[in-house]
Structure formats: structure tokens, C-alpha cells
Design a binder for this molecule. Structure first.
Ligand code: C5P
Length: 212
């Protein structure tokens, strides 16, 4: 079974994906890390993020096992990732890796922007997680403060709005809900309530699957 979770930056989809995977015993891939990894490779090599050819080579060479989450999680890496993620060749270079992951025999949860629309349109469960930009900024702000990053709420909100606009406005696999995705607005939900809602969406989908 494949669970596709998409949504904008800081919507809570990563936490939700992780918890769902633990709950159902599935493998979990946070696909944002792939684009962050590509951006990191360029920055480490002293190359500009706008260099599409180098970004594509970095995407082709990306090794899932070699991704160092700690170095990829910062606010500036999210912004950098959304620049390289707009290059169609970068996206194309990462498709097969994601589809291979989705075929894991135990089941897989993938979260990102285009999982339900482009990477796994056949996913049995598609959830589009949203929350207001202000609520997402407040959550991301708290998370960054916890990590010791001293950044103003207004800066985080501006970053989220800019990223929403870039991710939704790009020509190649833009951020958008698949037609058959279930919307989960977490603005007024805490993580437990969002998790319970997502579990019941998955349970309902499982109940309609052919046995075996
Ligand atoms: O989800 P996360 O914030 O880690 O993603 C970082 C950036 O990577 C996003 O802003 C988006 O531009 C890009 N991304 C994408 N497609 C995905 C996952 C992430 O374009 N499936």
C-alpha cells in the first residue's frame, strides 16, 4: 500500500507521515530531503543554486543513505531546495528513486508536494495537508527556536509565503492537491487530532482494498 501525503511548507505533513508509517509498519520517505540534498551538494561545491546542469548532476548522484538530516533541516535549506526543485531535469532525475521506494513490500508513506499528482498517482491513500500560512509560520518558528536558530516570526512567515508561491507557481509538478486527495486542514488541530484523522482515512481506504 502507498500513502501519499502532500502539502505546503510546515503544514505538518512530515510529522504526520512519520507517525503514520510507524503506526502501520510502513517505510517512510520525506521527499523534501531529496531536494534539500541537491541544494546542499551545490552549496558545498560552491556552485550557485541557479546552475540547473550541476543541480541535475547532483540529483542523479544523490544517495538516500548519505543524506545527513541535521545539515538539511535549517530554514535556509528549505528555501534553497525550492529553487532547485523548480528545474524539470532535477525533478526527473529523482522520480525513479521515489517510485522504487514506494514499491517497498511492507508499504510506504511518501510526503512531499507532488506525490499524489506525479510520483505515485496510483497511491491507495492521498492526503493533502494544509494549514493557514500564519499557523504554519508559528509552528515552524517554534521549531527553529527549539533548534537554537534565532529568527523572527515575520521572517519565517515571509519565507513560507515566498515558498508557497514558488512551489505552487512553477510549471513542473507544482504543489497542488490531486483530484482524489482528501483534504486535511490542520489549522485548528493539534498533532494528535491530525494523526487520528489521517489514521481513519487510511483505515477506510484499507477496508475497500481487495483482500490479500
Ligand atoms: O518539504 P520540505 O520543506 O522539506 O521541502 C523543501 C522544498 O523541496 C519545497 O519547498 C519544494 O520546493 C521542494 N519539494 C518538491 N517536491 C517534493 C518535496 C519537496 O518540490 N515532493
Amino acid at each position: 500500500m502507498i500513502i501519499a501525503i502532500d502539502g505546503p511548507a510546515a503544514s505538518g505533513k512530515g510529522t504526520l507521515g512519520k507517525r503514520l508509517a510507524e503506526h502501520f509498519g510502513f517505510a517512510h520517505l520525506d521527499t523534501g530531503l531529496l531536494y534539500r540534498g541537491v541544494a546542499r551538494a551545490l552549496l558545498d561545491a560552491g556552485l550557485p543554486l541557479e546552475d540547473a546542469a550541476s543541480a541535475t548532476r547532483a540529483a542523479e548522484a544523490l544517495d538516500l543513505a548519505g543524506l545527513d538530516e541535521d545539515r538539511l533541516r535549517g530554514a535556509e535549506m528549505g528555501e534553497a531546495a525550492s529553487v532547485v526543485a523548480a528545474f524539470p531535469d532535477v525533478r526527473a532525475a529523482l522520480v525513479e528513486l521515489q517510485r522504487r521506494f514506494a514499491r517497498r513490500p511492507e508499504g510506504a508513506v511518501l510526503d512531499g508536494r507532488d506525490i499524489g499528482t506525479a510520483i505515485c498517482p496510483e497511491a491507495e491513500v492521498k492526503i493533502f495537508v494544509t494549514a493557514s500560512p500564519e499557523e504554519r509560520a508559528a509552528r515552524r518558528h517554534r521549531e527553529l527556536l527549539r533548534r537554537g536558530e534565532d529568527v523572527a516570526y515575520e521572517t519565517v512567515l515571509a519565507d513560507i509565503r515566498r515558498r508557497d508561491a514558488r512551489d505552487s507557481g512553477r510549471a513542473s509538478a507544482p504543489l497542488k492537491a490531486a483530484e482524489d486527495a482528501r483534504l486535511l486542514d490542520t489549522t485548528a488541530l493539534d498533532i494528535e487530532a491530525a494523526f487520528r484523522a489521517a489514521v481513519s482515512l487510511v483505515e477506510n481506504a484499507k477496508a475497500t482494498l481487495p483482500a490479500g
